[in-house]
Design a protein around this ligand. Structure first.
Ligand SMILES: C[S@@+](CC[C@H](N)C(=O)[O-])C[C@H]1O[C@@H](n2cnc3c(N)ncnc32)[C@H](O)[C@@H]1O
Length: 379
């Protein structure tokens, strides 16, 4: 078995093929009612109150390991596999922000036994679980601190490692604004992230590295994060940007890795040029993440009048639609929709058809996915 597979086996976590499979595993240990209560409580809290979500998830060691393992094994596997290809950028002192159950912590501890690792989390229960894993796996070089990273002052680390913490620390939680112009949208998102990027900068030693791993694909949000880091003086290495494919319990996702080092800010134009080079627009493959889609397809779209993304019960996108004005044609609107299994459509309708079209769309989505739908308004 490879190093990563061995580590995951030692940690004792297991991915599950969907929430039902997780419930079954959990029911064998705790009974169906307790398993259902635990999981449904967490699913409810995930978006509404992330901090409480972590405390409740991590209140019991066995449950936390089952739940986090079910969701995060794929992520952990991808991140660890990336890490062993880039060991040289991890220095003698490492800060890990947001260790949660310590899944990455213990891997860092194993990979860099000579380094001094400081792992922090604002959650008390997460730290307790991470410590238990650290002891169980015989790791000796980690100092755990329960604190918010913003309160960590007068410290500087050779490597600042942050995995899946940026959206939670944004001024406003960014929504993947799929219909926006990517340049403008990423500028907007960069403001959300600026303060957090400055915190990371403040904790990085002069010749140090910042590594961020986020559950973001090539989206405007990720570009916003890169721009925010840049404003704080953390310059992303575009040649080293990595997009790791990873399976996840609800849908396949990308995990993006940014390697940054301290330096002079790069101009926005330069960043956008580099971004365009790695994120070339391809209408055929487009998931609408780039809003050159519409002009490229039609040349007719004006301002978006209305746009909504529909989320399923686990926060996964199950459909989306957008209505646009048509340039120089006040009597029509362009309707772009994606209802999951029936594919994407781009249709020109008359203005008075708008409400029927949308009702129809929502009914169709409801029919396909019948529980826990919620809509995120994009315009
Ligand atoms: C999505 S989890 C990710 C856990 C782990 N890094 C991983 O990727 O598997 C985010 C964790 O970061 C912690 N966290 C978020 N913001 C933080 C902050 N400002 N200071 C300390 N911990 C934070 C949360 O409490 C949570 O445990």
């Amino acid at each position: 078995m490879d190093v990563v597979g061995q580590y995951i086996a030692e940690l004792g976590i297991k991915a599950e093929d969907g929430v039902e499979a997780l419930l079954e595993s959990m029911s064998r240990k705790f009974g169906r009612n307790e398993a259902e209560d635990y999981v449904s409580n967490l699913i409810g809290l995930r978006r509404s109150n992330p901090q409480l979500f972590y405390e409740e998830k991590n209140a019991d060691y066995e449950k936390a390991m089952l739940f986090s393992g079910a969701f995060d094994e794929g992520i952990l596997r991808s991140a660890c596999s990336w890490l062993i290809t880039r060991k040289e950028i991890f220095g003698p002192t490492i800060l890990e922000i947001g260790c949660d159950c310590g899944f990455m912590t213990c891997f860092l501890g194993k990979m860099f036994p000579e380094s001094k690792i400081t792992s922090i989390d604002r959650g008390k229960n997460g730290i307790a679980i991470a410590k238990r894993n650290e002891q169980r796996l015989g790791i000796r070089n980690v100092e755990f601190l329960q604190t918010d990273v913003k309160k960590l002052k007068n410290r500087a680390f050779d490597t600042v490692f942050s995995m899946r913490t940026a959206p939670e620390n944004a001024k406003k939680r960014p929504v993947d604004h799929i219909f926006d112009n990517w340049k403008l949208a990423s500028e907007g998102y960069s403001h959300f992230f600026e303060a957090y990027a400055r915190v990371l900068r403040g904790l990085t030693a002069e010749k140090g590295h910042v590594i961020t791993v986020e559950r973001l694909d090539k989206s405007s949000i990720l570009l916003g994060w890169i721009k925010a880091l840049n404003k704080a003086g953390i310059i992303a290495d575009f040649d080293r940007l990595a997009f790791l494919e990873m399976p996840e319990i609800s849908r396949p996702l990308d995990l993006s890795v940014i390697e940054g080092s301290l330096g002079e800010r790069v101009s926005i134009e330069e960043i956008e040029k580099k971004w365009s080079a790695i994120n070339s627009f391809d209408p055929a493959k487009s998931r609408w993440t780039d809003d050159e889609v519409l002009p490229a397809l039609t040349g007719k779209a004006g301002r978006m009048i209305r746009g909504t993304r529909i989320l399923g019960q686990h926060g996964e996108a199950v459909g989306q639609f957008a209505c646009y004005n048509v340039i120089n044609d006040p009597n029509h609107f362009l309707y772009l929709c994606d209802s999951g299994n029936s594919g994407k459509q781009l249709i020109l309708f008359t203005k008075d058809e708008e409400s029927d079209i949308i009702e129809n769309y929502l009914a169709q989505i409801k029919h396909n996915k019948n529980s826990g739908l919620c809509a995120v308004k994009l315009a």
